[in-house]
Design a protein around this ligand. Structure first.
Ligand code: HSE
Length: 438
C-alpha cells in the first residue's frame, strides 16, 4: 500500500519532535499503522536543520497555505499554535478534503465547534490528542476508554509550566520569574507566558476536557479563570502545615444546577496521588460512575512527549482513512446531534471549601469579629492557625479553612471582613477541594 503523505505546519519544539519521532520509529509505525507514513511537505518560518536529520529530503518552504492545499498531502499536521492563521489554515485544509491533526488547544477551545462542523460536512477527521496534557492520551481515554460511564467530575494539573513553577518555589524556594525563564528555555511555556501563569492555557484544555466528558459544546468563554501569580511562598508553607498542597487545577463537575467549569489555585489534601504530581508533569483525575476514579499521569509539555501524542493521532487517522465517516469516533465523544445544552454555572453559584489568610491586629476580640461574620454568612470553620507576629510588628497572620459554602456567601463575608479596622489589606482566598471519590 502507498504511504500516507503528511504535510507539517511548523518545525519548532513540537514540529521538530514530530519530525524526529516519525522518522526514528518509522519501522515500528508501519507495523502499527499497516502502511508507511511520510512527511512530504513542511512549512516553517525558521528551523534548525542540525536538530532535524533527514530534513533535506523533503520540501520545506515558508508557505503554510501551500502545504494546506497541496494535492499530494493526505493529512495536515498543524503545529504553529495560536488562533490565527492556524484557524484559517485548518479550515482551508478541511475544505481541500484533508484530515487534520493539531496540538493547538487555543484553536480547538475557541474555534473547535466551527472546525468540527466543517470537518463533519467534508467527512474528514480532526484529531487533537496533543492539545491536552501533552503526551498523556487523555482524550482517547475519556472518549473511548470511559465511553460506558457517566462522568461525574474531573480535575487536572494541565499546565506543565505552572506546575513546574509551583514545585520549584515550594521545593527550592526559587523566585517565580527565575523559574519561568527556565520553563521558557526548556520549551514548556507558551509564546505568551501569561497564558500559562494566568490560567488561560489550562482553561483552553479544561474547555476541551469538559466537552468530551459531558457531551457539551466547547465554551471557553464560560470558564472561570484565575492564575498563580498571587500565590506566595507563605501560603504554600501554611497549606503544607495544615496537610495540603497548592496546585493549579482545572476542575469540572456535573451538578443539578449545571456544569462547573473553573481553573484556579486549589488546596488539595497532600495524601492524594494527584497532590504529588510535580515539576512539568501533568495528571488528570476522572471520577466516573462505573469505573470510579482513574488517574492519568505523564509529561504535559516538551518536544517529544507532545510529539508522541501528535504521531499517535497521525497513526489513528491513517488506520481509519477508509472507515465510513459515520462510524468514526465523534470529535467530541458524543454524536454531534446529541450534544447537550446543559448550562455552565456562574462562579458565584459554585460551592467549595476555602483557605483564608488575613493579617490582623494582635489584640483580643479580633478573631471573634471575624468568626461572627463567617458564622452569620453560614460558614463553618474547620481549622484555624494563628502565627506569631513578626518582630516589632503587632500584626499576625491568621489562616482558616472553611467547610463547603456557596461562592456568593464567601464573597459577601470577605467584603465585610475587609471593612474591619483590625484587618489589614485584602483577605487571601484560595479554594479547597477534598477530591473525595466515594
Ligand atoms: N505551555 C503548556 C504547558 C505547553 O506548560 O503545559 C503544553 O500545552
Amino acid at each position: 500500500m502507498n504511504p500516507v503523505n503528511v504535510g507539517l505546519l511548523g518545525l519548532g519544539t513540537v514540529g521538530g519532535g514530530t519530525f524526529n519521532v516519525l522518522n526514528r520509529n518509522a519501522e515500528e509505525i508501519v507495523r502499527r499503522a499497516g502502511r508507511g507514513i511520510q512527511i512530504t511537505h513542511a512549512a516553517a518560518r525558521e528551523y534548525d536543520p542540525s536538530r532535524l536529520p533527514g530534513i533535506d529530503a523533503i520540501t520545506v518552504s515558508n508557505d503554510a497555505f501551500a502545504v494546506a492545499t497541496d494535492p499530494a498531502v493526505d493529512i495536515v499536521v498543524e503545529l504553529i499554535g495560536g488562533y490565527e492563521p492556524a484557524r484559517e489554515l485548518v479550515l482551508k485544509a478541511i475544505a481541500n478534503g484533508k484530515h487534520v491533526v493539531t496540538a493547538n488547544k487555543a484553536l480547538i477551545a475557541l474555534h473547535g465547534n466551527e472546525i468540527f462542523a466543517a470537518a463533519q460536512d467534508k467527512g474528514v477527521m480532526v484529531a487533537f490528542e496533543a492539545a491536552v496534557a501533552g503526551g498523556i492520551p487523555i482524550i482517547k481515554a475519556i472518549r473511548e476508554g470511559l465511553a460506558a460511564n457517566e462522568i461525574e467530575w474531573l480535575t487536572g494539573i494541565i499546565n506543565g509550566t505552572g506546575n513546574f513553577i509551583l514545585t520549584e518555589m515550594r521545593d527550592k524556594g526559587r523566585d517565580f520569574d527565575d523559574v519561568l525563564k527556565e520553563a521558557q528555555q526548556l520549551g514548556y511555556a507558551e509564546a505568551d507566558p501569561t497564558f500559562d501563569i494566568e490560567g488561560i492555557d489550562a482553561a483552553h484544555k479544561l474547555t476541551i476536557l469538559a466537552s468530551i466528558a459531558f457531551g457539551i459544546p466547547l465554551q471557553f468563554d464560560r470558564v472561570y479563570t484565575e492564575g498563580i501569580s498571587h500565590i506566595t511562598r507563605e501560603d504554600v508553607a501554611y497549606a503544607e502545615e495544615l496537610g495540603y498542597r497548592i496546585k493549579h487545577l482545572g476542575f469540572t463537575r456535573r451538578t443539578a444546577m449545571g456544569i462547573e467549569l473553573r481553573v484556579h489555585p486549589t488546596l488539595i489534601p497532600e495524601r492524594r496521588l494527584i497532590a504529588n504530581v510535580d515539576g512539568v508533569m501533568n495528571a488528570v483525575l476522572v471520577n466516573a460512575d462505573a469505573v470510579g476514579p482513574t488517574l492519568y499521569y505523564g509529561a504535559g509539555a516538551g518536544s517529544e512527549p507532545t510529539a508522541s501524542a501528535v504521531v499517535a493521532d497521525i497513526i489513528d487517522v491513517t488506520r481509519t482513512l477508509t472507515v465510513d465517516p459515520g462510524n468514526r469516533v465523534p470529535h467530541l465523544a458524543f454524536q454531534p446531534h446529541a450534544l447537550s445544552d446543559v448550562p455552565i454555572m456562574d462562579m458565584e453559584e459554585v460551592e467549595t471549601a476555602y483557605y483564608l489568610r488575613l493579617l490582623a491586629t494582635d489584640k483580643p476580640g479580633v478573631l471573634a469579629d471575624v468568626t461572627r461574620i463567617l458564622g452569620d454568612s453560614g460558614l463553618c470553620i474547620e481549622a484555624i492557625l494563628q502565627k506569631e507576629p513578626m518582630a516589632g510588628v503587632d500584626e499576625v497572620p491568621i489562616i482558616m479553612l472553611t467547610h463547603t459554602v456557596g461562592e456568593q456567601y464567601m464573597n459577601a463575608a470577605i467584603e465585610q471582613i475587609e471593612t474591619l479596622e483590625t484587618i489589614h489589606g485584602k483577605v487571601t482566598r484560595i479554594r479547597l477541594e477534598h477530591l473525595d471519590c466515594d
